[in-house]
Design a protein around this ligand. Structure first.
Ligand code: TRP
Length: 331
């Protein structure tokens, strides 16, 4: 049977956190076992916030090297840079004309951005439609995303169904896959909030580049609770700090949360944190070793970029051709 198609994207916007690893890249790697995976470095999306030329191109290579370090296999999957496949922008325009103004005005991320800054560019408005183009170009079956992107997947489904209703079955209607590795890694100090790389209090986040000393400080400072006796148990509602730390430890050690709860029965928080620090340092040092191996080999990275774009274009073009044909642009 033909493998189902997975598509997802990540923006090249600076340093990655442990949240990005557990919430996205780790899952991307795992999905390769079962699916045909297409992963995109969404550089066009990242233009909605202006970045310096040298920084953007560096970020793109950084993120590509990190994807490879996390086990994305370019022999098996396609990994490519969005702007290198012009079909994304082409389909984007066509889909603009099949999207209602009001639909986009209802997007939560857009509303939040407008609320924070009235002076935003049209790219921010258009953003979810470009995302729909990304997904629909590859006849995607499933899209792994974080919670904040669910509404964009719903929009993608609506645009695709609307188009299909008029022109026949041109697009596969995609489904979302929510992260199963513990949904969302939370901030260390405020475990009710997502761990976000844009957080300005850096004690809230673990960067994949934090050294052993910093990791130790940050985990020591992470919020737990003052329950007595201390219990190491997954309970999101009553013990959000401990639950977050359990999710982190489980993801970097491959031990289930149940197993960890057993191992840490009758142990105090200090002991628990020491184990997290040791495992996290070990894990990140290994990951970084792989990362630098790829990052320092720009020739290899460039070859992955060229190959990826070539493969992606082949698939993207089949869909784009169908679309231009049914709407009457092919003469
Ligand atoms: N908007 C996504 C994010 O910021 C990244 C992205 C771009 C994406 N295109 C996509 C995710 C297509 C899934 C599918 O997280």
């Amino acid at each position: 049977m033909k493998k189902k198609i997975i598509f997802s994207g990540i923006q090249p916007t600076g340093l990655l956190t442990l949240g990005n690893y557990i919430g996205a890249l780790k899952q991307w790697q795992e999905l390769q076992k079962k699916y045909f995976c297409i992963y995109c470095i969404a550089d066009l999306h990242s233009l909605t916030i202006h970045q310096k030329k040298s920084i953007l191109s560096k970020n793109i290579l950084d993120i590509l090297a990190m994807c490879l370090a996390c086990g994305i296999n370019p022999e098996k999957s396609i990994i490519f840079i969005q702007s290198h496949v012009p079909q994304h922008s082409q389909l984007n325009w066509i889909l603009n004309c099949f999207t209602n103004f009001g639909e986009i005005q209802r997007m939560i991320q857009f509303k939040e951005k407008i609320f924070l800054n009235k002076n935003i560019n049209v790219g921010v408005f258009n953003y979810p439609i470009l995302m729909a183009a990304d997904i629909l170009l590859y006849q995607t079956n499933k899209v792994p995303v974080g919670k904040d992107q669910i509404q964009h997947i719903e929009l993608t489904r609506n645009i695709a169904s609307r188009f299909n209703k008029i022109y026949g079955n041109i697009f596969t209607i995609p489904e979302k896959i929510l992260n199963y590795n513990g949904a969302c890694i939370k901030s260390l100090i405020n475990p009710n909030k997502k761990m976000s790389k844009s957080d300005f209090n850096k004690n809230n986040i673990i960067s994949l580049f934090d050294n052993d000393f910093i990791i130790e400080q940050k985990i020591k400072n992470a919020i737990t609770d003052s329950n007595y006796p201390p219990i190491i148990k997954y309970d999101l509602k009553n013990k959000p700090g401990i639950s977050n730390l359990l999710v982190i430890l489980s993801n970097i050690t491959k031990c289930s949360i149940k197993r960890l709860e057993k191992d840490f029965q009758n142990k105090n928080y200090n002991y628990f944190k020491k184990s997290i620090i040791n495992n996290l340092c070990l894990f990140l040092n290994r990951l970084r070793k792989k990362y630098f191996f790829y990052r320092e080999n720009e020739k290899y990275l460039k070859s992955i970029i060229i190959n990826g774009a070539e493969k992606a274009k082949k698939y993207a073009d089949i869909t784009l051709q169908k679309v231009t044909n049914v709407i009457g642009l092919d003469i």
